[in-house]
Every structure is written in C-alpha cells, then in structure tokens.
Design a protein around this ligand. Sequence first.
Ligand SMILES: *Cc1c(COP(=O)(O)O)cnc(C)c1O
Length: 504
Amino acid sequence: MENRQAVKLLQELAVPGRRATRFPQCDVPVCDLETLIPEEHRAVKLPAIPEVTEGDIVRHYVSLSQRNMSVDTHFYPLGSCTMKYNPKRHERWANMSGLIDVHPWTDQADMQGLLGILYELQEMLAEIAGLPAVSLHPAAGAQGEFAALLTAAAYFEAKGEKRTKVIFPASAHGTNPASASMAGFDCIQLKASSTGFVDLDSLRKHLCDNVAVFMITNPNTIGLFEKDINTITKMVHDVGGLVYIDGANMNAILGKARPGDFGGDMMHYNIHKTFTGPHGAGGPGAGPIAVRDFLAEYLPGPVITKNRNEDGSSIYQLETPKHSTGRLRAFLGNVGILLRGYFYIRTLGAKGLKEVSEHAVLNANYLLSQLKDVLDVPNGDRCMHEFVASARACKEKGITAMDIAKRLLDYGFHAPTVYFPLVIPEAMMMEPTETESKETLDQYAAAIKKILQEDPEFLHEAPYSTPVSRPDEVKAARNPILAWCPCEVADQSADSPEVATVSG
Ligand SMILES: *Cc1c(COP(=O)(O)O)cnc(C)c1O
C-alpha cells in the first residue's frame, strides 16, 4: 500500500550543496563577523540545516499534508470540538497586508484599523453572550476558563470573601477541573445522572457559602440543553457563587439563547470552533471571555476601548482594566484567529448566525435518526448540535467504539470523538456541522451500518488504508519524540518511535 511507505525526513533528502535560494552577489562592504557579534554570542558549530531544493521541500510538505484527514478533504464529525468548514474568503481577508504585516510594536496610532476590528469583535461577542465586558486575550477555551477563574478569584478577594470550591458536572470537559485546580480552587465533581442533565439534588448538597464558581457547559457535552438552567443558576447565585458557562457548544444556540440571559456570569468562546479558525492537533486558537459588568475591572488585558479625539473622531486604545489579573499573551493575543472569527460573524450577520445553529441542530438530529436503530442513543431521540451514541451493544458482538472509529477512516470519514464523555460507555460523540449535505450524512450513516456487518477480527486491525494503523497511544503520550537530530535517532533506533495523535 503506497500510503504505508515511510516518509523520509527532510534531513534524509539532504545533499550537500543543494539550495532552495541563492543570495545575489554582495553589493555592500564585507566585514568580519567578529566585528559584529561578540565571541560569547557566536555559535561554535553551524546548525544542521538540511540542504535541499525548493522542489524537495514542497513535495515533502505537500505529501505529508496528504497523509492526514482534514475539514477540507473529509467529513469530520468530531463531537465536542466543533470542526467546521473554514470559508476561504475569510482566509484571504485575514491575510491582507494591512492586517498580517502589522508589526507587534507598531504604534497604536498606526494600527487603528486593526484595533477598530478587534473592538467591534469585542462588542459582537458581548452581544452574542448577553454579557457586556469582553477580553480577547486568552489563546484557547482552556485558557479562557483559567482566566475567568482568576477573574472570579480576584473579585471574591476584593469583596473579602474566602471561597475555595469550584463545582462541575461529571460530563464536564477535562479542561474544566484542570483550569479550576490551576487557578487554586478545590474541585468538586457532581454525581453522574442517568438523564444526562445536571442532578439538582446532587448540586444542592454541595452548594454552600464556600462555593466560588459552578462551571457548566450548555448545551452540555451529551448534546442536551440543560432544561433546568434557570433553576441551576439561581441556586448558585443564592449562595453567592458565580456561574461559568463553557461556551464550546455555542454552535447550537447562536442568536437563540444567550448565556447572560440564562444566568451565566462568565463564559468563554472557542473562536476556532464556533467561528471557524482552522485548527487541529492543539492549535491555533482564541478563547475570548465575556463577563458581567461587575467583573470587568478584573479581566485579563489589555482590552480595547473606543474613545473620542478632541475633534470628535474616534480613537481605539489599549487599556488594562483597573484590577486586571494581568496578561496572558504577548501583544494582542492570537490575532490571526480573532480576525477569521470577526469576518465569519460579519459575513453571516445576526440572521445568518441563527441559521447556522438551526442547520447544525437539524443535521445532528437527522444523523441521530439515521443511526438510532444500529447504535444506542441513551439520552433520547432529540439533541442539539451533537449527540452521544453508545456502541455497548456492539461490544457484546466483539465490536468496540474504537473499532468503528478506526474503520471509518478506511471509508473516507474522520472518526467521531470516542470514549468521551466518560459517563457513557463505548461513547461515540458525533457532531455534523451546518454545512454538511444530506448526501454526506447518508453516506456516513451507511458506512457505519456496513462496518457493523463486518467481521470483528477484521475490524480489530483497521484501518487498512492510512499511513499508520493503530499506534500505541499510551506510549505516544508518555514517550513522544518531538525533535529530530541524527544523534538522537541513532540512540533510539532500538525503540521505534510511536506517532503521537492528538484530538479534541
Ligand atoms: C474544546 C473544549 C474545551 C477546551 O477548549 P480549547 O479551545 O480546546 O482549549 C472546553 N470545553 C469543551 C466542552 C470543549 O469542547
């Protein structure tokens, strides 16, 4: 199988003397390196840069990119981490010279256009959230959670209240407890409920005046809109706590429901998920947070403000909130992703964003209806933008969620998220986004039905058509090889490297 042939490393393609570019004849006076760089700062050895032609480099990277699945090449129904199509014209706009060539140290007066765009993005995100104050700073959802929890901690400290606990449901994304403990809180996980909704009795038991924040994803990770969300947020507020909304599932409710309206005090967006920043394998991202006005002075900064010049014209300025928890990123954050989000929102407008959510929810419900006869769907026949199926009945026949996911790759589909959330055995979490056609969803459902008819022994070895089949994921996580150098490879040749896979 051609695909299984090992790709040579760039270093292995190198031939001394090969070049991608050559410099022209020097037309300025030549001087010695010694006169320019003090000895202690000079390298003793030249770096081992592979000597290859431009053609070698292009073929190398293009063929590497073809060994992957992507939103641009395949249906990608990954649950939780929305993977949606990235419109190409937004790429073109984000790459306009006036945006992409702005130097980080450019004077604020000379980047009013960019600051104006980011200011408008703050305003639009505030409107969509129903929460008035926004910081664009965090680089991803997880950092947004962390930033918001630091904001909450600063708020309680200023009020002289000592609150140490953060509560979250059992279906929460792993970043929720990770962020809470990084921010110095004690984590309390609610008992898993069989309905898929937050168990109110369990929540009530843990609520006391020591609770700082309740973190909740809504719609939740099972793809259900928390039907008691107003009661839940009131219960938390009654003990003086704050409600954090994990906004990773905003794709289901854009223009339909606002976290600020159903009781959220703080939330993060995942611009790279909901608003189409191309992402994968851990980045790049942007995770702006939106909060209530009484929390604004603690936000990470700088934030962008709009003021008036003496002549009445407007001027955008960077301002650090009065009691800011500080900087999270250099300069303005992940501007490239923020710009794509801005263009996406502006292209669609309020009506278009609403339609995005309507179509996302419709597609998920259609797919659910096509699969519910062959896979269990433990939490009912209706969902928001995603649903969790379970392969537990198939497991009795020897077919696991992992087998189905792996075999789907052979059929030309990216796998859904598997084994998350942990509260559902053999979980398969599927999120078809709004731009997928009925034909694509039908083909995907047909592939799953066909796979379930295949020989379990055969499925255990799948996939058969991909560059790697079943890497040892534990070893890849524990013992990743992240850099290449000839001496290191020689040392490790007895112990062949596993390929690390990252998702979510
Ligand atoms: C993706 C995700 C996160 C984390 O967001 P990142 O941008 O990947 O850091 C948090 N919660 C949920 C529910 C998610 O799906």
